[in-house]
Design a protein around this ligand. Structure first.
Ligand SMILES: [Fe+2]
Length: 234
């Protein structure tokens, strides 16, 4: 085999290799275009130290900055490629994914974003104590007295086995107390939440350790935002 034939064969081999690489590069799927996230972490309605000493900056920074933020990040990743890819209504995703076996992770994270948004609004600096006006009238009508409401709410919050939430909700004209497990949320059952207390351990363990009852009593006596609850009444 002379040098001319060998050189021709090498040129042909290089050409085939270059063409193959080019074809593979052309066939590779293009990365999806950058897309704004559907959901962002809602700002707190007060500064992170505003609820101290009843709710410390350390608890707030972990609870809001790690847990709540994590649910938002997870949700944004999970909706990619689903029918909710462009959905911006959190409540719509919660209601549509509720009870769907193939959307459990989406429900859990969407509901936890909603529940935490509600929890932060359910508290305020110098909150707590007895409500007034129409809300107090409804509480008296539904529970007999504010003290009876407190007892029932505290019992619900402390008897929720494991992680979950205690809620004051409106159901038609009546107010009710419900407790929900893990990410479960009253809006999935068309109840109107007025306030909620997060009783996952991450909500209180740094400040109250295992004393969940003490946290719930402080929530009602020092933190609860009845102005927000009244604004939710239908
Ligand atoms: Fe939480």
């Amino acid at each position: 085999m002379n040098k001319t034939i060998i050189a021709s064969m090498l040129v042909a081999l290089v050409s085939i290799t270059v063409c193959t690489i080019a074809a593979e590069q052309k066939a590779a799927p293009a990365p999806p275009p950058a897309k704004d996230a559907n959901f962002t972490l809602a700002p707190l309605p007060y500064s992170q130290d505003a609820l101290a000493p009843h709710y410390s900056v350390e608890t707030m920074s972990y609870h809001y900055g790690k847990h709540h933020s994590g649910y938002v990040d997870n949700l944004n990743k999970l909706v990619v490629g689903t029918k909710w890819a462009d959905e911006t209504s959190l409540e719509k995703i919660v209601k549509e994914s509720y009870g769907k076996d193939d959307a459990t992770a989406i429900f859990n994270n969407a509901a936890q974003v909603y529940n935490h948004d509600m929890f932060w609004k359910s508290m305020k600096p110098n909150g707590g104590g007895e409500p007034t006006g129409a809300l107090l009238e409804k509480i008296n009508a539904s529970f007999g007295s504010y003290e009876k409401f407190k007892t029932e709410f505290t019992t619900a919050a402390t008897s929720q086995f494991g992680s979950g939430w205690a809620w004051l909700v409106q159901d038609g004209d009546a107010l009710k107390i419900v407790k929900t497990s893990n990410a479960d949320t009253p809006i999935a059952r068309d109840l109107v939440p007025l306030i909620t207390c997060d009783v996952w351990e991450h909500a209180y363990y740094i400040d109250y350790r295992n004393a969940r009852k003490s946290f719930v009593e402080t929530f009602l006596d020092k933190l609860v935002n009845w102005d927000f609850a009244a604004s939710q009444l239908k």
